[in-house]
Design a protein around this ligand. Sequence first.
Ligand code: GLU
Length: 417
Amino acid sequence: MPEGSGEHVSVFETANAQFDRAAEVMELDGEMRTLLKSPFREMQVEIPLRRDNGTLSLYRGYRVQFNGARGPFKGGIRYHQDVDMDEVRGLAALMTWKTALVNIPFGGGKGGVNVNVKEINRFELERLTRKFISRIGHILGPYRDIPAPDMNTNAQVMAWIMDEYSGRHGYSPAAVTGKPIALGGSAGREAATGRGVVMVFEEVARREGWDPRQMTAAVQGFGNVGSHAARFLSEIGVKVLAVSDVSGAYFSEKGIGVSRVWSHNARNGSLEGFDEGEKISNDELLALKVDVLVPAALGGVLHKNSAGRVKARVVLEAANAPVTDAGGKVLEGNGAYLIPDILANSGGVTVSYFEWVQNIQQFTWDEERVNAELAKVMARATTQVWELAKQRSVSMRTAAFMIAIERVAEAERLRGI
Ligand code: GLU
């Protein structure tokens, strides 16, 4: 859909616009551009679910394997009522650039089911997951395509995926990452995306001469990514003035107690009823006067219209594709400093790689090792992006895409068509 009202913008178009800008600077040839922008394989399946009340619900499941030149396809599976092929394809493209940017030996993929998880119970969720995997299982595997958690999926869902896959192929922990620790999951995986977000921010801050202890932030979204990002930001001294989830946003000029938000969320399963600070809307959160805005929820929240209201000078993209192409232009036009998603949220897939390595070697790392290796990868990728951006006078996003595209293009050339 064209970007007019700012209501819905195609994730794939966003990813392609970002790709094109980098390809232009790199003077990438036309053939390679076409090749790298086209998905390797797209699968759509019907998922019939017999509900506990006896009725039948029909869902659609998707898996897009975007590019596998550098290794098995890798990327999460999301459960959300609005999931469609375009979104999954766009997110699969972003995974391709993300894994190449952090230089882990994976390609990019993504999956999803158009289910509203609030409308089904746990037993139905398990049946739905198993049915989905039974229908796409033949294109998955530790050396083919490795799913992971994404929006509204978690370690339990990954456990069912592993079980379903292993039932056909024999015990295969490396077929999926983000598993519970008891089933071969990695220490540190759950917090990894949020931890990586803050590691990237710290590295950028150090290079730019910002003092995190003098900075304020607003975090949109309190799921796996936002909750950990808020916690790590406050640990490095950033004052978190606002947090939010679907129930709304909670703002205090003096700062919100992140650990109190955590306990409220753990007790109630949502931020609803959190009584610290002032309750505002998610839209108002985006326009707060803070130093760092952290969109950590849905994609496309900073579009043509909402971007103009942003007052933060740094946008730390913890979510996938939170900024549309037109939104990005508005933000950059207003002088905002964008730390792009494929860098900022790459900690999750990086620790997924460590999990896969541990499963294959059947050797477990402790959390210190995981975090230390993650820190190395985040610092290296951030440094490369930051330096290239300065050198070529391009945005951090364009620099990140340039590095990623170069690596995928080289693998494509070497492997041959
Ligand atoms: N869903 C996460 C992402 O968007 C993690 C993917 C993975 O670990 O494979 O990066």
